[in-house]
Design a protein around this ligand. Structure first.
Ligand SMILES: Nc1ncnc2c1ncn2[C@@H]1O[C@H](COP(=O)(O)OP(=O)(O)OP(=O)(O)O)[C@@H](O)[C@H]1O
Length: 284
């Protein structure tokens, strides 16, 4: 395991407003790490600090082993060349085609223009490359913006709410692209308030609530930790909540052997349920 992002006791204050309060986490190379929290919980602030756009107030954030608050010019340049960012304010040139937009950024990033075609294939837009950006749907624009963030083949991708307000088709295209990128070795830091997105993509998740990390683990371990001790059993006689103990096992055995069992469900909580339990708040 190789830590690629290490955050210790990180705080960020805007005047009297404490946006981040002593947060700690480590992301290993090759992980998809989900930062989950409602609006105002500090997700964007964290992305801005880790991507070098904003300094923390106290604490340290090391990316690729370098403290981002202490980078010299050479380190800053190297950091920027190794990260890709997709945020709300990533804009495109509306009057240019998808291809021309990307070729422009190829020049800026100093990468061959052939990269444009490669990244469009990664987001499944190669056939639309001559289309003018102005005519694209919000979801397709977001896929172009993701393609742009990939041009210089970054080691880490920072994605701030990459699928918020996108339709299911575009969301799926983005998820497919992210999974493929991750399989090819890209580490991904993703903020979201969509628990299903986190479930389907993330190896680890942190629940951010009012600037604190309230819980952090793999989705599976969180579900196990907060699992209810009952099982719901539907029989021909009704639906029962059964304890996970010897007595419960005996009842389930009886229903099964007498042909009365219809359905059986473990009461595993969703990440949304756990978020509410841990923070008392809901994700919106
Ligand atoms: N430049 C700023 N000046 C003052 N306060 C700020 C600034 N940036 C963020 N904040 C405040 O810090 C807190 C965290 O904001 P942040 O944007 O990081 O939250 P978020 O979880 O990304 O929410 P959203 O999903 O709505 O963007 C909020 O209360 C916000 O109002």
């Amino acid at each position: 395991m190789e830590p690629i992002i290490e955050v210790q006791a990180l705080t960020k204050a805007f005047g009297n407003k404490q946006a981040l309060r002593q947060i700690d986490f480590t992301i290993q190379r090759g992980e998809i790490y989900g930062f989950l929290g409602p609006s105002g919980s500090g997700k964007t602030t964290t992305v801005k600090i880790l991507s070098g756009q904003m300094l923390p107030t106290t604490g340290t954030a090391r990316v690729f082993g370098v403290d981002i608050a202490k980078m010299n010019e050479v380190e800053r340049h190297r950091h920027l060349s190794r990260i890709g960012i997709l945020t709300d304010n990533s804009t495109l040139y509306d009057r240019l085609s998808i291809q021309d937009n990307l070729e422009l950024f190829c020049k800026l990033y100093n990468v061959p223009s052939s990269r444009a075609k490669e990244v469009l294939e990664q987001v499944n837009l190669a056939n639309e490359r001559q289309t003018t950006v102005k005519t694209l749907s919000k979801g397709m624009k977001q896929r172009v913006t993701l393609a742009r963030a990939l041009l210089h083949n970054p080691d880490i991708l920072f994605l701030d709410e990459p699928t918020s307000a996108l339709d299911p088709t575009n969301t799926r295209h983005i998820h497919d692209a992210l999974k493929a990128l991750n399989r090819a070795g890209t580490t991904i830091f993703l903020t979201t308030h969509d628990m299903e997105e986190a479930e389907s993509l993330c190896h680890q998740v942190a629940f951010l609530h009012q600037g604190h990390i309230a819980a952090m683990d793999t989705p599976q371990r969180l579900r196990l930790k907060y699992a209810d001790s009952t099982i719901t059993v539907t029989t021909t006689e009704g639906t029962y909540s059964v304890q996970r103990d010897d007595e419960g096992a005996r009842r389930i055995y009886d229903w099964m052997t007498t042909g009365k069992m219809v359905a059986i469900h473990s009461n595993e909580p969703t990440l949304s349920d756990i978020f509410i339990k841990v923070t008392g708040g809901i994700l919106k």
